[in-house]
Design a protein. Structure first.
Length: 98
């Protein structure tokens, strides 16, 4: 429940369609073929798409939590916020060997 879609909606003040959750893989599950311990598991990886307006007035986007920014052209009629704002949240899974 702690990592539910609802949690990220509240945390980032987004609508449900802005939180994208990848399907959780099950190839590390004990009952997955072949039966038995697989010595692996999946950890959640959360990333965000952020938008802002640069000091020169250009719309900019970041896919790496605000470390780097790229100028982009938004769709017609889309308003880009002046300050760093999360637009979408992506939840994916990273396989970890034990």
């Amino acid at each position: 429940m702690w990592h539910s879609k609802f949690r990220y909606e509240l945390e980032y003040s987004l609508s449900a369609d802005k939180v994208i959750v990848a399907t959780h893989p099950h190839d590390c599950a004990f009952l997955a073929a072949p039966l038995g311990e697989k010595y692996c598991h999946y950890e959640r990886a959360v990333s965000t798409l952020r938008w802002a307006t640069s000091t020169t007035g250009n719309p900019i986007a970041s896919w790496d939590e605000g470390k780097t920014w790229t100028v982009f052209t938004p769709d017609a009629g889309t308003t880009v916020p002046k300050y760093d704002t999360v637009q979408q949240v992506y939840i994916s899974w990273k396989k970890t060997e034990e």
